[in-house]
Each structure stands twice: as C-alpha cells, then as structure tokens.
Design a protein around this ligand. Sequence first.
Ligand code: NAP
Length: 232
Amino acid sequence: MNSLGDSYKALVIGSSGTIGMAFATALKNDPNCRLVACLSRNTVPDFCLENEASISYSAGLFASEAPFHLIIDATGALTIDGQGPEKQLSGLNPIQLSRAFQINTIGPALIIKHFLPLLDAKNRTIYAKLSARVGSISDNQKGGWYSYRASKAALNMILQTAAIESNRSRPNLVFAALQPGTVASKLSANFVSADQCLPATVAVQGLMTALDSLTTKKGAYFIDYQGQEIVW
Ligand SMILES: NC(=O)c1ccc[n+]([C@@H]2O[C@H](COP(=O)([O-])OP(=O)(O)OC[C@H]3O[C@@H](n4cnc5c(N)ncnc54)[C@H](OP(=O)(O)O)[C@@H]3O)[C@@H](O)[C@H]2O)c1
C-alpha cells in the first residue's frame, strides 16, 4: 500500500480465517509495511468475539507494538454451532439470532472500542472490517439469511457511527466496511462450490488497492473488492 507511508504497521484480527490470512500474507509481502501483527484464537486462545474481557485483554497484548496505521478485522460467522442461515421466518430462533449478533455485530463493535486507541492519532490510518453485501438493506432482493443479513446491517451502522464520532478526534482515520466477493472459505463452503469463488488473494489485493485510494470523510465507506461503493 502507498497511502500509509513507507513504514506502516498493520494488525489483522481474525488472521486464522481464509480472508484474514490472505490479508496477513499480502501485508507481509508489502515492502512499505514494517510490521504485521496477527490476532486470532490460534495466537491468543482465549480471544473470543463473545467475551469483552478477552477482547480488552487481547488489545492490551498489542499495546507495545502500537501505534498501528491499518487494522483489518476479518472475523465473522455464517454457520453457528452447525446451524446455517435461516431461509424463512419459520426457521428463526432467538438463540441463533442472538449468537449471530454477538459474533458479527457486538464482538466487532467491542473490537473497535478496545483497538481504536492503538491506531496512530496523528497520521493517516485505516480501520477496515469485513462486512458483506448481504448486509445492504437497499440491495436485498432475494430475502433469506435473516440473522447474517441483519447482523451485518447492524455492523454497518456501528461502523458508520464510529466513523462519525472518530472524525472529530481522528480526522485522518478512514473507516471501511468491506465486501470481499465470494471467496472459498470455511464460512462459504456449504453454500457455494469453490470453482465459483474468487481466490482470496485476488479479493484481498483488490480490497487493499481500494483502501489505498479512500480519502478521509465524515462517515464510513461500504465498498467491494473492485473498489465499487455499495449502497447501505
Ligand atoms: N467468504 C466469503 O465469500 C465472504 C463473503 C462476504 C463476506 N465475508 C466476510 O468476510 C469475513 C471473513 O470470512 P472468511 O470467509 O475468511 O471466513 P473464515 O475463514 O471462516 O474466517 C472467519 C474468522 O472469524 C473468526 N471467528 C469466528 N467466530 C469467532 C469467535 N467467536 N471468536 C473469535 N474469532 C472468531 C475465525 O476464527 P477461528 O479460525 O478460530 O474459527 C476466523 O478467523 C467474515 O466477516 C465474512 O462475513 C466473507
């Protein structure tokens, strides 16, 4: 990446996942990136999106490597405890709905709360969270996938709201909700065959190019791996 200078530091959260790992690899290969720190349940076994204390504890582990210039949160889940996305209202159950929000909305919101202070306050910085196009309310033509869609739509609102608040104290911070395209991974495996998917390397290269070109504004971006804006 070029927009963060020639000595930037990056942190990838969810680095055990397909997309998180592809980000970590791409950043390690970027000559302008001086440090790539990684967080997942592989690196910090207690880290859990459903436990704020573990998120706060994990943030503390990275304080000595701060300030970071780029944070990518690539966590998320579609199938939870073996339960896939609900196709119909009759399939809704409160436990699955609540766990989807815990993992896709509340956990990522608490990650922003605890990790934002690790970003450089003076220079250009980027906070990017993997969202999903299906979290767009305006783009929803097919229905279905209630808890995943709703938890990603709520995540998008958290990102937009955090971006507006942060703009006052951190005018050089760019917030982005990312749609990676359909990438073969543990998350997508039950719903699409691998030959219909983008390689994670292509999705991540596209997202990094798109992030590089974003200018600061009062609000978050919602963009895909080709740099196209998605309606909220
Ligand atoms: N793949 C796609 O086609 C696609 C499309 C649109 C959006 N996305 C979004 O992209 C992001 C990454 O997806 P992916 O395809 O790379 O999925 P993935 O390979 O399944 O990775 C998911 C990541 O989230 C972590 N995670 C899940 N639940 C957690 C929990 N309770 N506590 C801590 N970590 C947890 C996983 O950790 P463990 O390894 O420890 O389980 C892993 O690091 C997600 O937000 C997804 O919604 C993906």
